[in-house]
Design a protein around this ligand. Structure first.
Ligand SMILES: [Zn+2]
Length: 573
């Protein structure tokens, strides 16, 4: 066994797939499997399945699936080597140097961020250099403990202090540019620090590694007020939520997440002992954000600023939550307030009260906005209704849907039955159940293929006879053919093949996905006493097909054809 497969085995032995995935996706036990909402595509009805017996996962919606390594790669967007490394570390398994180019580079970017982060922290506590920054943080009510906990630092008011440090440490300057820490002067081999005279907030991924920084100026007249790391191979704003590494446990406990608009707002929550918050990084909420949060929370409360931009952001986020099927409420703070000023002025109790009592369901809130200027004109009604119908049709729970229908009916003075009829139209337009279709297709076309697959997978003793009778020629479906060929080949090398092993060695993703679904629902399973008859059937069919093929080839050769026909008759084929 190679070193790599040895390590893989070690990790597999130490790790339970349900426990691992369960940390990122809310799983429920259904029969022998666990199901949850897929973290890789939008869905409201769980089709993401984890099979503890085979230690694999599979999504019936987007067809992603595989073992623990595959999950880790997809979920954290890392290479295979990184997944091995991460999981080995997680389960305390010693590994030797193991790397590829891409993961090496990402690793280095993380390292640079760590170096920069500790430099910024050091500068913040430098008696002179960090004095004004400390003063600023003190005024904002951010305690020393909190500064240490979330790693706040300070980038000095200088063009080259980080640059010089990197030179001294013999760090690849080009890489520091790629990490977004240095900026190269256009067309010149000259570099300067991106972050200057700013309070530095390290931005962590869920595993607590620094992926980038947010810098806030301490001079009020400097723009931009907030400056983030640009997009880098490890920093993608649309996927990142500030504070998630500190909050996800509380979010899971409370089943509720509070979403705010920036890290200062998040810090305000944290400072007042509200632990289940996250912040976007100066971007609008994305579908990815919500999909991630779905793994921890059952409900979101989104806090928007009271200005027009805040209201528009609320409206924009509605379809996102609807698409992910995550219930969301909106809180708009009183005029002129953000979470920081509100919490500082009125305190935690008042804030939680506000969330409790004046949070409006997102759809409700958006409806109110549509008719904000008094009355809605008759000619606008159908358009407003259309805007909402699609979103409405996404709501799974018919009771909730009914509540909205009745609300919209009241708002627009349109009869409820008309709205229901429109909704029905949308629903009928949707495709029928995917699984049903798969079942139908399979039973009609592929039954013969599946019989052979079932025998080969679950009754390996039958394989030699399937090989000698050339059962392969009976298979129509190219994916099944690929799987069968893999099984036959492996069987020649090793008699102890298991379905899990075949799944692992299949090179093609489509074939893997097919095999996972087949293992989950094999359609055809032979009892031990049925196997012999099934093999005999296949042997007979294979022989017939071979002879028929020959017959086709012997076109014109009357004598040869007659010989074959005799054989066919004699064999009772
Ligand atoms: Zn999926």
């Amino acid at each position: 066994m190679s070193n790599l497969s040895f390590i893989k085995e070690e990790i597999k032995n130490a790790c339970d797939i349900v426990e691992l995935i369960g940390q990122f996706v809310q799983l429920k036990k259904v029969g022998k499997n666990y199901v949850g909402l897929c973290p890789f595509h939008s869905e409201k009805k769980p089709s993401f399945t984890v099979n503890p017996e085979r230690q694999i996962f599979h999504c019936y919606g987007c067809k992603k699936g595989g073992d623990i390594f595959k999950f880790w790669m997809e979920y954290h967007n890392v290479s295979f080597f990184e997944a091995i490394k991460d999981l080995a570390e997680r389960y305390n398994i010693q590994i030797q140097e193991l790397s590829d180019e891409e993961s090496e580079k990402r690793e280095k970017l993380f390292e640079l961020n760590e170096i920069a982060g500790s430099f910024f922290r050091e500068m913040l506590f430098h008696p002179d250099i960090g004095k004004r920054a400390r003063e600023y943080l003190r005024k904002r009510g951010i305690s020393k403990e909190l500064i240490h906990e979330i790693g706040i630092g300070y980038a000095p008011d200088s063009w080259d202090s980080l640059y010089k440090l990197f030179l001294k440490k013999r760090i690849d300057i080009k890489l520091a540019v790629e990490a977004g820490l240095l900026v190269q002067k256009e067309g010149k081999e000259e570099y300067y620090d991106r972050f200057r005279n700013r309070i530095m907030f390290p931005i962590f991924d869920i595993r607590g590694r620094i992926v980038g920084f947010g810098g806030r100026t301490i001079e009020e007249d400097i723009t931009p007020k907030y400056l983030n790391t640009p997009e880098t191979p490890i920093f993608h704003k649309g996927n990142l939520l500030y504070g998630i590494n500190f909050s996800y446990k509380s979010i899971r406990e409370e089943k509720k997440v509070i979403i705010v608009e920036g890290y200062m707002d998040w810090i305000a929550l944290k400072r007042h002992g509200i632990e289940n918050g996250v912040a976007t990084l100066g971007t609008a909420l994305t579908q990815n954000h919500i999909r991630r949060l779905k793994g921890y929370a059952e409900e979101a409360i989104v806090i928007f600023d009271s200005d027009e931009a805040g209201k528009k952001a609320a409206l924009r986020s509605f379809p996102l939550f609807a698409n992910e099927g995550m219930p969301a409420k909106v809180v708009i703070l009183p005029e002129g307030h953000d979470p920081d000023t509100f919490l500082s002025q009125f305190g935690k109790e008042a804030f939680l009260n506000l969330l409790e009592n004046s949070a409006k369901p997102l759809l409700d809130f958006c409806l109110h906005m549509q008719i904000k200027n008094g009355k809605i004109k008759d000619e606008e009604k159908s358009q407003v209704l259309k805007n909402f119908l699609q979103s409405l049709s996404f709501i799974q729970d018919s009771l909730t849907q009914g509540i909205y229908v009745s609300k919209i009916s009241q708002f627009l003075s349109i009869r409820e039955d008309i709205i229901w009829a429109e909704l029905q139209k949308i629903k009928q337009g949707k495709g029928s159940d995917l699984e049903e279709e798969i079942k139908k297709e399979k039973s009609a076309k592929l039954i013969g293929d599946l019989q052979i697959l079932s025998l080969a997978l679950f009754h390996p003793d039958a394989i030699p006879r399937l090989i000698t009778s050339n059962a392969k020629i009976l298979i129509n479906d190219s994916v099944i053919k690929e799987i069968i060929e893999a099984i036959f080949q492996e069987y020649k090398k090793n008699r102890d093949i298991t379905p899990e092993y075949i799944h692992e060695i299949l090179p093609d993703e489509k074939a893997k996905a097919f095999l996972r679904e087949f293992l989950e629902r094999p359609f055809i399973v032979y009892e031990e006493e049925e196997v012999e008859q099934a093999i005999l059937d296949i042997e007979r069919k294979a022989r017939k097909k071979e002879l028929l093929n020959c017959l086709k080839e012997k076109k014109g050769d009357i004598k040869g054809q007659n010989e074959l026909i005799k054989i066919l008759r004699r064999g009772g084929i």
